[in-house]
Write a protein that binds this ligand. Sequence first.
Ligand SMILES: C[S@@+](CC[C@H](N)C(=O)[O-])C[C@H]1O[C@@H](n2cnc3c(N)ncnc32)[C@H](O)[C@@H]1O
Length: 252
Amino acid sequence: MSQSLLERVNVFFEDAGCKTDPTGLSKLACEGASVAVKAGAVASALVFGEILTPEDIFRLLNLEQGDIFYDLGSGRGQVVLAAALASKPKKCVGIELMEPRHQAALAAKAHAPEDIQRICEFRCEDVLACRLEDACKVYLCNAAFPRHLNAAFAGALDPQRTPALEALVTCAALPEESLNQARLQLTQVAECSATWATQGAPLFLYKRDGDGSFAARATAIPTNVRYEASRQLSAATQSAGLSHEDERSLLR
Ligand SMILES: C[S@@+](CC[C@H](N)C(=O)[O-])C[C@H]1O[C@@H](n2cnc3c(N)ncnc32)[C@H](O)[C@@H]1O
């Protein structure tokens, strides 16, 4: 059987001495987390979960040669490397706050073929404060983000900061009130497999200045994924007020 994209990318990590089994990944997940939280990061934003089928993201984004792909919160960078392997876009960029995860991405990149290394770039930066002006197709793994952080990420994607943005795929629905500012419209819900939902999790496709044709484009997805997507979309339209947990996380 041919190797999946993730299996191919994991070879770069193994060659770099970075373990890709659950024990190795949970060790990486813990490294640096308490320091980052003490420095003011929102703990739930640092949760380390991974997409197991990155090809679902690339298909949804219609990732092609000539595109500039960004993973906002790229963890160990496996989605960025997989994007480079899958479609050979012009550039694939991973932005990650946590230094140990960023270092793992750099180590794996160094073991990738020369043509993959040339188009991949990893930056250890805060998405909310970094340059994103050439980002065209964007992925955001926000499954564990609290509502106010999702709103802040959507704010970071406003047209002034991301003039080239065409499409954004997220793992959780963005608060409705934040979409206007980013000039984004939901156009499709699709399915993927992820470490937090191996039986299926929703992916949300937003387009800049989309034509509002969500209903017409809805694809057949399994009942469990459709249920989760509609639960999130309904929460996304509810009041913008902060929950107690959100308020606590802002007290830093
Ligand atoms: C759930 S992981 C996703 C990893 C990878 N993108 C994937 O889907 O497999 C989310 C990552 O976002 C990072 N992150 C959270 N807030 C961030 C910020 N403001 N700037 C950069 N990275 C951030 C976290 O440290 C974490 O590694």
